[in-house]
Design a protein around this ligand. Structure first.
Ligand code: PRF
Length: 376
């Protein structure tokens, strides 16, 4: 993987860059649609490619390992062949899903034992087997196995957890570096900074993570319920330490405002279920602000979903129609709203990139934050 910095905003730490992966080039800052179970929920690959020009999607080790399982994925020739997405894929390691989705789990030095949320069966994830699994999935960017601490988190727990995440990282790197890609496409491993909301732990973790000298770095453990100002404070502490010339990925973030503020702090990559999950409940992100399409206000509004959008479904369908579909729990409602929201998120990061290149990012960001904080 190669990362080139192309521009830096004069009034913030925002940057524009380009990442070359084995399955194609990504222009940063970028948002990665979440495709948990080998699909971006309710969105067809054809739409990702043609309607919204997604540049990279995310997959989840935890879900893919449980279903369809490694046997099927390996027989398919990897996830790219299985779902026919030919662009870059990043997989999360399961180091978050096992904590957020499973109830019975035990975290030990060896790894994490948990019960499947699907059938209750018992499994063990270790730094080593999670590397092997991501090799089999065939992701271009694979994530280290970490512990994402909850919020709030006791200082001593956060410190001990962090030390274990660092020991796990060494084991991840050893396994990754002694194995090869299975399908002829290069893969790269990103380590993850943790440390809850404690400045000294974040600094210690960022220094440790940087010392591994991988091709990119991630920040985890944020957007887990802490106030936004604490998230921004931690991003700022960490981006000061992580190397300039490597991509920085802030995991699981966030709202449009969170994304803009973190771009301003020097983050290059984001992912979040918000645009797709909230779409299914009727929350729409627009250039004018955030809408709940289920509101009575839209009952007889026959204007397009978004008049100045270049997305087909925004043009040909009305707010009243989408309101009806979502309220009736029609599958098509989820499809239209998900595509609309992903289109908005990708528009937002593309705009950010253009403004950074023009040197006008900061003022534009301030203006957009005011608009996107509003609920219409
Ligand atoms: N670790 C991993 N994946 C994640 C997170 C993390 O801390 C987060 C936190 N927002 C989202 N996804 N491995």
């Amino acid at each position: 993987m190669k990362f080139t910095l192309q521009a830096q905003d004069p009034l913030s730490k925002a940057r524009a860059g380009e990442m070359e992966t084995a399955h194609g080039t990504i222009q940063t800052p970028i948002f990665m649609p979440v495709g948990t179970a080998a699909t971006v929920k309710a969105v067809h690959i054809h739409e990702l490619v043609n309607d919204i020009q997604a540049q990279i999607i995310l997959g989840n080790t935890y879900h893919l390992y449980l279903r369809p399982g490694l046997d099927v994925l390996q027989k398919a020739g990897g996830l790219h062949k299985f779902n026919n997405w030919n662009g870059p894929i990043l997989t999360d390691s399961g180091g978050y899903q096992v904590y957020s989705l499973t109830e019975v789990r035990k975290i030990k030095e060896e790894g994490v034992t948990f019960r499947s949320h699907i059938d209750g069966s018992k499994h063990l994830f270790t730094p080593e087997n999670v590397m092997d699994t991501q090799r089999i999935i065939g992701a271009d960017i694979i994530m280290a196995f970490d512990e994402c601490t909850p919020y709030p988190c006791d200082y001593n727990y956060a410190r001990r957890s962090l030390d274990m995440t660092h020991r796990w990282l060494k084991r991840c790197c050893d396994r990754f570096d002694s194995t090869e890609p299975l399908y002829g496409y290069d893969q790269t491993l990103f380590p993850i900074v943790q440390g809850s909301v404690y400045k000294d732990l974040r600094e210690k973790s960022a220094e440790k993570i940087a010392s591994f000298e991988r091709e990119g770095n991630a920040i985890g453990g944020l957007s887990v319920g802490e106030p936004a100002h604490e998230m921004y404070a931690m991003t700022e502490v960490v981006t000061k330490i992580l190397p300039e010339h490597k991509p920085r990925y802030l995991m699981g973030v966030g709202t449009p405002v969170n994304i803009l503020e973190n771009i301003a702090l020097g983050i290059d990559m984001f992912d979040c279920v918000m645009p797709t999950r909230n779409a299914r409940n009727g929350m729409l992100f627009t250039k004018q602000g955030i809408i709940n399409i289920k509101n009575k206000k839209w009952e007889d509004d026959f204007s397009p979903i978004e008049a100045d959008s270049d997305l087909l479904v925004d043009q040909i369908h009305t707010k009243a129609y989408l309101r009806h579909l979502i309220r009736s729990q029609e599958i098509l409602g989820a499809q239209i709203a998900s595509l609309h929201n992903l289109h908005f998120y990708l528009w937002l990061v593309k705009q950010a990139r253009e403004k950074i290149i023009e040197g006008t990012f900061y003022d534009w960001k301030e203006k957009m934050v005011k608009i996107l904080d509003q609920r219409l």
